[in-house]
Design a protein around this ligand. Structure first.
Ligand code: SAH
Length: 479
């Protein structure tokens, strides 16, 4: 059949792509259709076609899948921040579990991997019997989901602008554009955002303070950065300005201070034409310049510039899983590669003899050292540099040693030199914390060739309604 742009097609959704689009097949040709879920039968209009696949826009759902839900957020489609707002949360978890499973099986060559008990297999994921598999049999542990998958983000950055009538608006940039989608209450953010943003807007109106305009590079208020310490209830507000001063700042402070938990108010100067949100200069108007929060029993001081996990509740579960997989008795020397501000290192340090953290961003290591010190942790040491450079240097010059190595790399995974070095140092266990199961699978395959076997695998959901999933894998040395 010949299709062309704007033609209508009717198709059953059978799968979900990496970026959350529904996938349907007609006559051997694959269609990607956003805002659909597995089991939907839909009508869609053709937007773009390639040789073997094409993209179509959802017109209407002819038959609803049982896992389809009404998006809670009124701007779900336009905003694009969430990719799975039409999918039941339980189904999202199953989808994420499958993604890890399929990647480890296909890319990682781990054909003895089994989905957690009670999870049905589809046609292409047929379960293998023991006799058929060439690799270790590993049953995945059930993914750790959220009890309540809303309001879980402790940080939000709202851009300010004007609509075509000159009214002050704020919200989010529509997927990959610079158009502001007005949104006064993102349902992933904290309840307080709404009131804080309204106070800022009313103050701007009253004192004629213009929002920033990207095109003409004029106006003052670019972004409002809001953070909350979930365990302490402390709130931080930082206005990012295209200018050096905030007129009538006192008025704003007075009003913001009426909100329960308000602990830090500041502004940040960013006069560059740039997409980077924060500039270098920070001016504190109220409070100590930071808020406090805890992950587990480790205390953190978070400033507007600090890196800090955005879903601290699930982060704690992720790190507890990593700690469990590390199997520490108090005697071990542990390396934590890609350690960021040392969150995992400080968790491990409480159960290990010694922890070494390695991270490429110097400011993150400054934070890591400070975090160790405010928690009275003295058995953690930190290095600035690339894991693939620091590790060989320390190994060859200082004969360092490792019982356990934990890695938590960015999405591109570990550098090959780093993996070779891990294999050479030959720790008993490697705990791989991953935010991208495709690169995890690639690295697992490599480590398996170097004498490691996969023992445990578990997904942790940190981003409900989004497509990303975290995963912890335990590899044990066998050769
Ligand atoms: N485990 C950290 C977060 C890890 S995110 C925490 O708990 O906070 C990945 C980190 O790897 C980032 O902080 C990034 O700056 C760092 N990174 C990226 N490439 C690196 C490399 N080659 N060597 C060391 N660190 C690297």
């Amino acid at each position: 059949m010949e299709w062309k742009k704007n033609d209508r097609i009717q198709v059953r959704i059978e799968d979900i792509s990496q970026d959350g689009s529904g996938i349907g097949r007609l006559e051997g040709y694959t269609w990607f259709i956003k805002d659909t879920v597995i089991g939907d039968f839909v009508e869609a209009g053709i937007m773009k076609m390639k040789k073997n696949y094409g993209f179509a826009r959802l017109n209407c759902v002819l038959e609803q899948s049982p896992c389809r839900v009404e998006p809670k957020c009124p701007v779900a489609k336009a905003c694009g921040g969430c990719q799975l707002q039409t999918m039941d949360y339980k189904e999202q978890l199953r989808l994420k579990e499958r993604k890890i499973y399929n990647n480890l099986k296909r890319i990682g060559g781990l054909d003895g991997l089994i989905l957690p008990k009670g999870r049905e297999h589809t046609e292409n994921e047929k379960e293998l019997s023991e006799a058929e598999t060439k690799t270790e049999i590993v049953e995945m542990e059930p993914i750790i989901g959220m009890e309540y998958p809303w309001r879980y983000r402790n940080k939000a950055q709202f851009p300010f602008g004007k609509d075509k009538n000159g009214r002050i608006i704020y919200g989010f940039y529509a997927g990959r554009t610079h158009t502001i989608i007005e949104n006064e209450d993102c349902l992933l953010g904290v309840e307080e955002n709404k009131e804080i943003l309204a106070i800022i807007r009313d103050y701007m109106k009253e004192y004629h303070i213009p929002p920033y305009d990207e095109i003409s590079h004029t106006g003052l208020v670019r972004h409002a950065l809001i953070r909350k310490g979930f365990t302490t209830g402390e709130l931080m507000v930082c206005l990012v300005l295209n200018g050096q001063t905030l007129p009538q700042a006192k008025r704003l402070i007075e009003r913001l201070k009426t909100i329960k938990g308000m602990a830090s108010i500041s502004y940040n100067v960013n006069t560059e034409r740039t997409n980077v949100i924060l500039g270098e200069k920070q001016v504190h108007l109220f409070g100590p310049g930071y808020i406090t929060d805890f992950i587990g029993n480790v205390k953190y001081q978070i400033s507007p510039q600090s890196f800090y996990q955005v879903n601290p509740v699930q982060t704690e579960k992720l790190y507890r899983t990593a700690l469990e997989y590390a199997g520490l008795t108090g005697e071990e020397t542990v390396w934590d590669l890609y350690c960021g501000i040392g969150t995992i290192s400080l968790f491990l340090a409480q159960k290990a003899k010694k922890v070494y953290g390695v991270e490429v961003v110097p400011a993150a290591i400054e934070d890591a050292k400070q975090n160790a010190s405010i928690n009275g942790i003295s058995n953690a040491e930190f290095f600035v540099g690339k894991a693939e450079e620091v590790l060989p240097e320390q190994f060859h010059n200082n004969q360092v040693y490792a019982d356990v190595i934990v890695v938590d790399p960015p999405r591109k995974g570990c550098d090959l030199v780093c993996l070779d070095m891990i294999a050479e140092m030959a720790p008993k266990r490697v705990v791989y914390v991953s935010c991208d199961s495709a690169t995890l699978a690639r690295d697992v395959k490599y480590l398996r060739e170097k004498g490691y076997e996969v023992k445990r695998v578990r997904g942790v959901d940190q981003f409900g309604w989004g497509v990303h999933v975290e995963c912890v894998t335990l590899l044990q040395r066998v050769k």
